[in-house]
Design a protein around this ligand. Structure first.
Ligand SMILES: C[S@@+](CC[C@H](N)C(=O)[O-])C[C@H]1O[C@@H](n2cnc3c(N)ncnc32)[C@H](O)[C@@H]1O
Length: 213
């Protein structure tokens, strides 16, 4: 579902700084060669992620769900000098593709890619996070939130993507639809969690931003 009318979205894209050549090619090659290209963050959300990151100036970023590396590049562009972005994906077939774009973006030394299930990898990373971007399997979103919140610095951020789930979160939920159920439960959990303050932004498929107090 497109939440923003197409003409408004195009207008917003028109007056948002253009994707550079690396992100343009990454977007294009993903659509040409990789399954489920709509998973990629894209121009507008990508630029918003870059802005968040530049405003926060994080030293350590954790991303759960690399896919072809679009959002990783966008987020890593706001890293403090010497900072690192760790990104995790379970799909090893995407590793060479995304690494090649990290190199083209000049971020090879700033981005560390981990292959495996995020639930197993995150506890092995001994890092205190300034910014976490959750964009992987929806069934685990509550597990990811509960797992990373204690690892986030005071004043740090957790951004969860796809929390509007094409609008399904506002409709009656089918009995077998675990993903929508979890996403609504996550929104409830974050909204009533006294450890954070939060805002749900209707950007693309919904970004739920929580800031640790
Ligand atoms: C929506 S895509 C990520 C898109 C990317 N963040 C972007 O904006 O360009 C979700 C990714 O999560 C990965 N994924 C699914 N389950 C996972 C798990 N248990 N652990 C780590 N990654 C997982 C998938 O392989 C897929 O590449």
């Amino acid at each position: 579902m497109d939440f923003i009318p197409k003409d408004i979205n195009s207008y917003c894209e028109k007056y948002t700084q253009r994707e550079d050549e690396v992100l343009y090619q990454l977007h294009r090659e993903t659509y040409l060669k990789i399954l489920r290209p709509r998973m990629l963050s894209g121009h507008l959300q990508g630029q918003i992620l870059t802005f968040f990151s530049k405003m926060i100036q994080p030293k350590h970023i954790l991303e759960i769900g690399t896919y072809t590396g679009y959002s990783a590049i966008c987020l890593a562009r706001g890293l403090k000098k010497g900072g690192k972005l760790h990104t995790i994906d379970v799909n090893e077939e995407l590793e060479d593709f995304s690494n090649s774009y990290f190199e083209k973006a000049g971020l090879k030394n700033d981005i560390v890619m981990h292959i495996g299930k995020a639930i197993d990898v995150v506890p092995k990373l001994d890092v205190e996070w300034d910014l976490v971007f959750i964009d992987a399997d929806k069934e685990n979103y509550i597990n990811y939130y509960n797992m990373v919140l204690p690892l986030v610095k005071k004043g740090g951020f957790i951004i969860s993507d796809n929390v509007l789930w094409s609008g399904k979160v506002t409709q009656p939920i089918d009995a077998g639809d675990k993903e929508t159920k979890i996403l609504v439960e996550l929104a409830e959990l974050i909204n009533s969690d006294s450890r954070v303050e939060n805002v749900l932004m209707p950007i693309r498929d919904g970004l739920l931003v929580a800031r640790k107090k």
